[in-house]
Design a protein around this ligand. Structure first.
Ligand code: NDP
Ligand code: 7N6
Length: 308
């Protein structure tokens, strides 16, 4: 069946002004409308949404406006025969710039200077403390859209970039690719370890006590992917016992990060509120992706980014 309606679920407001998003579909030749919970759908309807809802399983196609679709029950979509697509492929610049920003700040101490600026302090760090990212080793774990974006930019800054992925396909700027089974070899020599892989049963708790022990004690962890990839209790412990030097974190086991989390208080931890992908063009980037798939759907072509 052809689609005769695209619905935008109001949960997109978590990240996009819904009206701007709906307007970005002006060129489509099917109507596009904002909906709340409890609507009924049929196979001629497509839905673009941030959260999953049971009623979407009656639609013709569902698009998740996030790259991480770990909150969606892919087996239920497969059982219902409803294609589910995600938004990977568009976060290479946004999220990578945040990862690079953390690394540059942690090396050049911008976060420390800003903390001191807030107190009106003209701060002089110890001579040994500042360094450059140039010539430092970065290990990127997960070399997809975001991982490749980080690797290319880090390479341009003169970093020595290695990475981890399941396939051995080479990646521009990455000098060596390790199999996930060799994670410890991959991270042992790295000054920065950046996580850019999906949250799956296989990747949950990937970085815990053992990994912090393997990492250099002057190493920094960067997590722009998903909180549960890291055992947060082990991370806090590693920071407290100086098993690693610090971290740049956009994502957490519990979001918003609870007020009583010890992570708030480390000088060498930079926290951003899961805004790594935030850009004032997000509605256009997602609308381009969804529009392309509407066209594909209408002519019976394979959908881009199909994950179920
Ligand atoms: P992609 O699917 O493009 O890339 C994920 C990569 O991870 C793949 O290339 C895959 O390579 C690799 N991978 C998968 N499993 C493993 C494993 N067990 N060990 C090592 N590598 C693995 O996704 P994106 O780059 O677009 O996004 C990655 C994740 O980042 C998302 O799933 C999402 O959770 C998160 N994200 C966070 C954002 C934020 O706002 N902070 C924004 C967007 C995404 P291979 O198949 O070769 O293993
Ligand atoms: C804001 C969420 C993702 O998985 O978590 C991120 O895409 C981004 C759109």
């Amino acid at each position: 069946a052809r689609l005769d309606h695209l619905y935008v679920h109001e949960s997109v407001e978590n990240v996009i002004p819904p009206e701007a998003f709906v307007e970005a579909f002006d060129h489509l030749d099917i109507p596009v409308d904002l909906v709340g919970d409890g609507e009924s759908y049929d196979e001629t309807d497509a839905v673009a949404t941030y959260v999953p809802k049971p009623e979407f399983l009656d639609a013709g196609w569902v698009h998740c406006i996030r790259a991480g679709y770990d909150e969606f029950d892919t087996e239920a979509y497969e059982a219902a025969g409803v294609p589910l697509t995600n938004s990977t492929g568009i976060h290479d610049t946004t999220v990578s710039e945040v990862a690079i920003g953390y690394m540059v700040s942690l090396a050049r101490l911008l976060h420390v200077y800003r903390d001191n600026q807030n107190e009106g302090n003209w701060y002089t760090p110890d001579y040994e403390r500042p360094f450059t990212v140039e010539n430092e080793r970065l290990c990127v774990v997960g070399l997809g859209t975001i991982g490749q974006g980080i690797a290319e930019r880090a390479d341009a800054l003169g970093m020595d970039v290695v990475g981890v992925r399941r396939s051995d396909e080479s990646v521009p700027g990455v000098s060596e690719i390790f199999d996930p089974a060799d994670l410890h070899d991959a991270i042992a020599d790295a000054r920065f370890v950046a996580l850019a892989l999906p949250h799956t049963p296989e990747t949950e708790g990937l970085i815990g006590d053992d990994e912090f022990d393997v990492m250099r004690d002057d190493a920094y962890l960067v997590n722009v992917a998903r909180g549960p990839l890291v055992d947060e209790r082990a991370l806090v412990d590693a920071l407290e016992r100086d098993a690693i030097a610090g971290a740049g974190l956009d994502v957490f086991e519990t979001e918003p990060l609870p007020d009583d989390s010890p992570l708030w208080d480390f000088e060498e931890v930079i926290i951003s509120p899961h805004k790594g992908s935030a850009t004032n063009r997000y509605h256009l980037d997602i609308a381009d992706l969804v529009s392309e798939n509407v066209e594909r759907y209408q002519i019976g072509e394979t959908l881009r980014n199909r994950v179920a």
